[in-house]
Design a protein around this ligand. Structure first.
Ligand SMILES: O=P(O)(O)OC[C@@H](O)[C@@H](O)c1c[nH]c2ccccc12
Length: 269
C-alpha cells in the first residue's frame, strides 16, 4: 500500500516536471547567482558551541497533512522578522504547496526579510529543485533519506554543495541514520514523526542521538513543545532544534520563542 510519503512524492514528481518544463533556466540561474548563501550549518554550530541559548531552527509552516491548517493568517515577512528578533538561529520555510500550503515565494520573502540562514523545507527529488532553492534565497535544503536512494542522496547533495547550499539529511530510524552517515551528511536531523504514517515516535530521537558522529550537526525535529524538551534533547546530544507547530499555533510566535530561549523558562517550567 502506498504510504503518506509515497503519495506526497508522486505528486511532487509531477509538479516538479511541470515547473521544470516551463522554467526559464537562464533567469533562474541569474536569480541564484544574486543570492549569497549564508552558512546554515556553521551558524547553528557556532550558536550551539557558544552555549548561551539553544540553537533553534524556527519553521514557517501554515498547514500540514497531519495537523491541517495550523496558522490561518500566515504572513511570512513579519513572521520571519519576529522569529529572527526573538533569537532564532535559522529559519525553515515550507515550500510544498499541495500538502503544506507553502511556497517558494514565502521562502524568498522570509530570507530577504532576515539575515539568518534559511532552509528550503520540501520533498527534494530532482536537482532542478536545488536551483529553485538557491534562486529563492535558500541557504540549505532538506533531503529526506526515506524518500531517496543512496544514488539520489549523493546526486542531490553534490548539486547542493555545488550551489553553495548546506544539506540537512532527515532520518527516522537506525537504517536511515546509517545511510546518512555513510553518505557523509554534514547535518543530520532525526524526525520523531514517521513520514510514512505520520505517527510520532518521540523515543527515537534519544535512541539515535549517540550514534550520530560528533562532527555532524545533530538536529532534533518535530514535536518539540517546550524548554523541557529542548533540555532533554540537549542532554541526549543534539546541537539544534527544529520547531514548527509550537510556534505557528501561537498568536505571537516571537514571544513564544523568546520565552523558550530564556533560561528562566526552564526554571519556571
Ligand atoms: O511542527 P513540528 O512538530 O515542530 O515539526 C517541525 C518539522 O520537524 C516538521 O514540519 C517536518 C519534519 N520533517 C519534515 C519533512 C517535510 C515536511 C515537514 C517536516
Amino acid at each position: 500500500m502506498a504510504t503518506q510519503l509515497d503519495q506526497i512524492l508522486a505528486r511532487t514528481a509531477l509538479d516538479v516536471a511541470e515547473r521544470k518544463a516551463a522554467a526559464d533556466l537562464p533567469a533562474l540561474e541569474r536569480r541564484a547567482a544574486a543570492h549569497q548563501p549564508r552558512g546554515f550549518a556553521a551558524s547553528l554550530k557556532a550558536i550551539s558551541e557558544a552555549k548561551s541559548h539553544p540553537a533553534v531552527i524556527a519553521e514557517l509552516k501554515k498547514a500540514s497533512p497531519s495537523r491541517g491548517v495550523i496558522r490561518p493568517s500566515f504572513d511570512p515577512e513579519p513572521l520571519a522578522r519576529a522569529l529572527e528578533a526573538a533569537g532564532a538561529g535559522a529559519l525553515s520555510v515550507l515550500t510544498d504547496e499541495p500538502f503544506f500550503q507553502g511556497s517558494l515565494r514565502n521562502l524568498e520573502i522570509a530570507s530577504a526579510a532576515t539575515s539568518i540562514p534559511c532552509l528550503r523545507k520540501d520533498f527534494m527529488v530532482d536537482p532542478f529543485q536545488v536551483l529553485e532553492a538557491r534562486a529563492s534565497n535558500a541557504d540549505a535544503i532538506l533531503l529526506i533519506v526515506a524518500a531517496l536512494t543512496d544514488a539520489d542522496l549523493k546526486l542531490l547533495s553534490t548539486e547542493a554543495y555545488a550551489y553553495g547550499l548546506d544539506v540537512l539529511c532527515e532520518v527516522h530510524d537506525r537504517n536511515e541514520l546509517d545511510r546518512a552517515i555513510q553518505i557523509g551528511c554534514q547535518m543530520i536531523g532525526v524526525n520523531s514523526r514517521d513520514l510514512r504514517t505520520f505517527v510520532m515516535h518521540p523515543e527515537i530521537q534519544v535512541e539515535l542521538a549517540e550514534t550520530i558522529p560528533s562532527n555532524v550537526v545533530r538536529v532534533a525535529e518535530s514535536g518539540i513543545k517546550g524548554r523541557e524538551d529542548i533540555d532533554r534533547l540537549t542532554t541526549a546530544g543534539y546541537d539544534a532544534f527544529l520547531i514548527g507547530e509550537t510556534l505557528m499555533r501561537e498568536s505571537d510566535p516571537g514571544a513564544t520563542l523568546s520565552a523558550l530561549l530564556a533560561r528562566e523558562a526552564a526554571v519556571l517550567a
